[in-house]
Each structure stands twice: as C-alpha cells, then as structure tokens.
Design a protein around this ligand. Sequence first.
Ligand code: NCD
Length: 319
Amino acid sequence: MWALAVLAGWTGRDIISILDFSREDIEELFRVADEMYKYLREGHVPRLLAGRVVSLAFFEPSTRTRLSFEAAAKRLGASTIGFSSEEGLSVSKGESLADTIRMLDAYSDVIVLRHRYEGSALYAAEIAENPVINAGDGKQHHPTQAMLDLYTITKLYGHVDGLTYGVLGDLRYGRAASSFILALTLFKPKHIYLIAPPSLRVRDEVKMILGEKGVNYSETESLAEVLPELDVLYVTRIQKERFPDPKEYEKVKGSYRVSLDLLKDRAKRELKVLHPLPRVDEVDERIDDTSYAAYFQQARLGVPLRMALLALVTGALGG
Ligand code: NCD
C-alpha cells in the first residue's frame, strides 16, 4: 500500500524546522495524512504504533498541539507519557533540559517537545537517539503547525500554489506565523501580504529567506487595503508572553481585529480565514458560523496530520 522506498527517508527523522523539508516531503506527508483521515472517518484505525510510547514534553502551555498529538498517538495504539508544565518536574530542582531529554529518550520511542527557548528542539535532537518533534521553540519554529496549515489549504483549495495570502498579526514573535510564511516558500504562492503594525513586523531572517527563494511579498499595515485580493487570510494572536517589555505589549494590544463587517464589505466570497488558535480578540466570533471560517477545521485536521507524522518518523509504515 505505501511506497516504501519514499517513506524510508522519514524513519528516525527529527522535525525541527519546516525548512528541513522539501515540497515532495510535504506532499508525501499529505498522502499519508489523507490515509489517516480516511481511517478516522471510517472508524477503523490500524494500530500501527501498538506497544510504542510517545513522550509529550510540554514546558509551555498548549491545548491543540499537545492534545492532537496525544489523540494521534492513542488512535494509532501508542501510549503517552509526559507533562504539560514544568511544575512537578525535577527541572524545578535544577535538573538540566539535557538530562530531562535523556530520560524521555530512554522511556519512549519519540519525543514531542515544546519549550520557550529558541533552538531547544535542535539541542534535544542532538542528545536524543529517538526522533524529536519540535512542537514550538520560543518565537522560532512550529513546523507541525505549518504542515497542518498547508494541509488545511490543500483540503480547501486542492493546492497551495497560485493563491494570494495575507498573514496578519504578530509576525515578529509568532512562531506559527513565521513557520507558515516559511512553509509557503516551499510552494509557489502568487503573493504574500505581510500585514502587521510596525513594531510587530516580520523578522529580517524570515524576509531574507523570502528574498532568497524569490517569493513575491510585500509588507503593509492595512488589512482593508489588501483584503479584496486575498484567497487565504492567516490571523495570529499577539504573543504577549514573548514581549521583553510589557509596556511595548500595551502599545499594540488590540491594534487589529478582523470583523465580519469588514469581510462582508471587502473580501472575496471564497476567502478562507485560518488561525492557529488560541484567539483572543483578533477574530470576530460572528465569523465562526460563516463560510469564511476555516480555523476549526484546521484544528481538527491536526489529528490525521500528526498521526501521519508519528507513523512516519517511528517507521511504523514499514519504511
Ligand atoms: C500557537 C503556538 O503555540 O505557537 N498555537 C498553536 O500551537 N496552535 C500560536 C499561539 O500561541 O498564538
């Protein structure tokens, strides 16, 4: 059933940054995710991970990422161990991240890690023998969210290429936003509008990659101006917890909000709004029940996508 030669490249692979993957990798992943989606819909999921243990090591808060990984692991027959905060861990007694990773590596077959420090997942991958999946390292990377975002777009439009994207919000501190922008560079978007207040503009390192890959993009402060052109609007929360100075947060708090009236006024009828969630006040709840809203579907697709990832990196598909 599976093209083993292709899948073989996934076994034991760490998932650290979306840029470590090719377009072909992503398309292969989506084919496996589609199989998982079908199994879930039919209610018969093969227990490909029976007898395996997945570590869910979440040093930072999470709802969707942690629980969709947990659901994915359990649907495939794996057990999970882990934690959702530092509380109760020996880290509070002064244990290093390295030693914590060594223990998780000894107790499980794959480690899903979220940590506030940039580079923590790469560091963990250097220590662990088993695969490490980055579930968010500080403001830097969130590759599985980006995979999920692209997967949602292929489900909605059938393709990622040729569409006009708007990415709105905290492009400076948001790892989901920058990972999504970087993920688009693997494909051929028509144009990407980076929409943010001046203090939350995308970081230079992300812009450099956009430039290197020859992606058409522009920066603006005005959603209303570019909205009529957009096929996809990706909205993100202001990352309050990552501001070095709370006063800076106060200045931009509530500085953008997508209202239903604005969409009705200026957006294409087919526009789809994505959001990695959680949302605070940046997306009007009245949008939830309209055809614009794709964020809940996006969250649901996290399970088949992460089932595919777990099955691939553990070699459970026979690769
Ligand atoms: C994001 C995160 O943690 O980076 N959430 C998620 O994983 N779905 C976005 C956020 O916290 O705003």
